[in-house]
Design a protein around this ligand. Sequence first.
Ligand SMILES: [Zn+2]
Length: 317
Amino acid sequence: MPWRDISSQPLVCDLLRRTLKNGRTHHGYILSGEETETEPVALAFAQALNCEKDDGDACGKCESCLAIAAGRHPDVYETKAESRSRRIVIKQVRELERSVFLKASHARTKIAIIHTADRLQPEAQDAFLKTLEEPPPKTMFLLLTEEPQQLRDTILSRCLSVRFRPGRERRKTENEQKVEAWLEAFAAPVPAAESAAIRAYGFVGNVLGMLKEMRDEKLKATMELLDDPSNDHLEAVQRARLEEQLEAQAHADYLHERSRILRHMLEWYHARSPGSRAPDILERLSSRLNRNVNESLAWEIAMLELSTQPGLLAAGR
Ligand SMILES: [Zn+2]
């Protein structure tokens, strides 16, 4: 797809088009933005890099452009989180590397696209880092993510980061609206009779309660599905496996929603209180949560820290 056909991200397209035209491409890019926005840009970039016209744009009609659009170009490799674990495991990274290192290339630039790159498992990130440090020639890695903060600094520092502007039409989710209302109350000036700590605990209770409710609903739906007469034919082993899969899915959804809320809080503080320490505090919270510590304790520590931030309390309208 030619750049001009991607109307929603003119700045991003212009940046990539110019680097191509000047022959200044990098071997690794992190495209961070909504999946629906980053995927078409990654494909357009892959096409432009290999279009037979070779002028920094994709014609959309030559054999190379058509093959990439159809997902059957021999030198464009893609990997994404497996449906069961919702993680990108080390085996997938190894396969991707084998492809870019060993296969003969028809293309000017071999492209490896990692979808939902934030789901790379820690060991997979370590393995991938080695490739980024010594990339095979004429190869480009495109990491697509909605949550770049989940990637290791060592990976972030070896790639060019391209941030997509949030879609203007994107509407806040119901949960994001709730969190925003709670944040407004949390950051408003504290009356003498109320302590900041109580507010912090209240906020944590609200957020965790919302997340738990979401997970419980999913698990309930899981049980209903298993109890459905249409599943009566399942053997016990199949049943157990299905149950395990559905539970893993509910847990992955929980983690995903939690990251989304953290990102939304970050954006909120960024808009309301630029220059505060809130980003550091939220970053620390995120990394603590990823280490599977006591979840509510981690939240409480972070919210207590946030409540002592000068400027934040005054930021309430
Ligand atoms: Zn073309």
